[in-house]
Design a protein around this ligand. Structure first.
Ligand code: SF4
Length: 278
């Protein structure tokens, strides 16, 4: 079997920064708000060190505790609630996400109607909506028609950072049919675009792919979707233990990974592929 790795692998800058900030936090009682990153193996490691994720439903007294805010960010009301309970905050919101939060706040204060393009249930969109509570959320192009009659000409569109760039452009183009003056915020993370482009390139050189990352990681799932859209057989796995037997039927296999997948898991998958006889 010939194995080709995507040229963009390992942690993205936002995930790396979040983990570094967590490690540098000085506190006897350390929590994260939500799961710090969407990778179950890393999350399990944090659990075993006693670093537990909090949700608004299970907040204890946080006097003397430190809470690290996840890379996806949170609504401002969450920070206020954590502080009210006595917590110190380490804000590991990715700087790219923060740009979108600032844009949402600024445009809302200028009376723009905001459309958020992304997954309504994703932590990033939930947090972003905290900066523009009246915002509409559009998950698919077909959703645009259902809100079009409520959109004024002074409307702005902001995307989830990990949205496929072409999907974001298509949603913006569809809104523009109803709102020609639409303001489109440059929202998609360049690290995400580079990873998606590297995957597209990889697809043209392989017969099948393994996409490595958390099954709840939005950017990882999008890589899987993109590979399949390119007509490739692709499997999403979280570790080498999940490598499907079918992959050994292919002569050339590509390896790509999501933004919260550590290098050692990628190396382990490659090593297992190379050294398993079939
Ligand atoms: S994918 Fe981009 S926006 Fe998301 S955490 Fe990484 S660097 Fe930040």
């Amino acid at each position: 079997m010939h194995i080709i790795r995507s040229t963009v692998q390992g942690y993205c800058p936002g995930v790396r920064r979040a983990l570094e900030l967590l490690e540098s936090a000085q506190s006897e009682k350390l929590y994260t708000f939500g799961t710090l990153i969407h990778n179950p193996i890393i999350q399990q490691t944090l659990y075993s060190r006693g670093i537990v994720p909090l949700t608004l439903d299970n907040l204890p007294d946080l006097t003397g505790a430190t809470v690290c805010i996840r890379a996806h960010g949170v609504a401002p009301s969450v920070i206020l609630e954590l502080r009210a309970r006595g917590a110190s905050i380490v804000d590991a919101t990715c700087l790219r996400v923060k740009q979108n939060q600032c844009a949402a706040l600024s445009l809302s204060s200028q009376s723009y109607c905001i459309v958020l393009a992304g997954d309504a249930a994703h932590d990033e969109i939930i947090g972003l909506r905290g900066y523009a509570p009246q915002a509409f959320i559009v998950e698919h192009i077909s959703d645009v028609a259902t809100i079009a009659h409520q959109l004024p000409q002074k409307t702005a569109c902001i995307g989830q950072t990990t949205l496929d760039f072409k999907t974001f452009e298509a949603i913006a183009a569809e809104i523009r049919v109803y709102v020609p003056q639409l303001k489109v915020v440059d929202s998609i993370c360049s690290a995400t675009i580079a990873r998606q482009q590297a995957l597209e390139c990889l697809c043209s050189h392989v017969d099948a792919l393994l996409i490595i990352g958390g099954k709840s990681s939005a950017n990882t799932v999008k890589l899987l979707t993109k590979a399949r859209q390119q007509g490739k057989t692709a499997y999403l796995i979280e570790s080498a233990q999940e490598i499907p037997q079918e992959i050994y039927h292919y002569a050339t296999v590509g390896i790509a990974s999501g933004a919260s997948t550590p290098e050692y898991i990628i190396d382990d998958v490659e090593h297992t592929l190379k050294h398993t006889c079939h």
